[in-house]
Design a protein around this ligand. Sequence first.
Ligand code: FMN
Length: 238
Amino acid sequence: MLGEGEVTMEEIFKNYHQVSSWPPIRKPDGIHKKKKHDTAELVKLNYQKLNQELVNSLIGRKSAKAIKKGELSKDELGTFLKWSVGIGSSNRRTYPSAGGLYTNQVFIVANEVDGITEGVYSYLPDEHALQHEKGAVQIKDALVQSDIDCNFCLIIAANIGNAASHYGERSYRFCLLEAGHMVQNIMLVANALHHAVAPIGGFKDSVVNEQLLPKHKSLSAFYLVPVGFSCKWNEAME
Ligand SMILES: Cc1cc2nc3c(=O)[nH]c(=O)nc-3n(C[C@H](O)[C@H](O)[C@H](O)COP(=O)(O)O)c2cc1C
């Protein structure tokens, strides 16, 4: 039982999520300067080669600053979701989750995907299927960047209340950590499929909550990932 004036953990996390929605961006001088080290004190390391396809995925991962639409089919979207945030072999997802709870949910804003009507969908990993949520929306309204025009955009969101009921004070961290795992997969799979992606942590929360996911008042969105094609013709070869 909560005493007078006390708030639930869910409220604390939701308040934090709301007040942290748009912090002023500061770049303190010197923060990005490379530190100079005394090489005599360093333990130099070697490394072995890995499977070349894995290496190519890792070194090719990048955040596109400009994205444009191109030809993208329903099957490509399915391939993308299956390997990035879906269920792989042995009935396990392709990313880890604290306690196997998979608190984070994936939504897709389909802008231009052949075979899929424009709109917002939730992705159901068990069925490897999309569930229609809402008709066409303007994902651009939720973005701050003007150079992003994607075929589809993933939204990663969690029910913080559900998470808190399992992991208490630690749950907010777990949602963010899980989102990081998901987005790294998304970026690696995008690279394997020669798509351009951008992991967007700085977006307009109110647009996502009110216009894109209005039926999901209990969800808090953490990450947007627009997916499309590179604006640089030779970027896939870089
Ligand atoms: C948590 C997080 C939030 C980010 N948010 C944004 C964002 O809002 N807008 C953006 O253009 N890039 C965003 N990025 C991408 C970074 O700018 C990018 O990772 C960084 O410049 C390094 O480039 P690389 O990913 O190509 O190596 C974000 C990255 C992370 C990890």
